[in-house]
Unconditional design. Structure first.
Length: 124
């Protein structure tokens, strides 16, 4: 694994910034979780390298059921090649609940890990 926390890949290839959020959220709650997940995962690269994300990073917003999101997190717990940034709500009726994840991955790794999830706006 590289010092960025990303898999050993040529980092000159474009990265994809994935945010996966629960499909049952909407409005301000949804937007807040997306902002948290994007911010945490985007900052992860800078925290490890002191670098900013390159201009060619592509953003992908995906939706998942609660079960799909939990399964995704469980499937990556013991993998050193994937760093997910998990967002759990801290207050209100969703306190303690996993609401979103963010990660930066090369396209092929993202497709392999997240290819079964639908983009936002697609019918679940």
């Amino acid at each position: 694994m590289t010092q960025t926390g990303l898999p050993d890949v040529e980092l000159t290839a474009p990265l994809y910034h994935y945010v996966v959020c629960r499909s049952d959220l909407s409005g301000g709650t949804l937007l807040a979780q997306v902002i948290h997940a994007a911010g945490e995962s985007g900052a992860g690269v800078g925290a490890n390298t002191g670098a900013l994300l390159k201009d060619d990073v592509r953003a992908v917003a995906l939706q998942a059921t609660r079960e799909q999101l939990e399964t995704l997190v469980q499937s990556t717990l013991h993998r050193s090649d994937i760093q997910l940034f998990c967002i759990r709500e801290t207050e209100g009726p969703l306190a303690g609940v996993l609401t979103a994840v963010g990660c930066l991955l090369p396209r092929e790794a993202g497709k392999k890990l997240l290819g079964h999830l639908r983009p936002w706006g697609a019918k679940v």
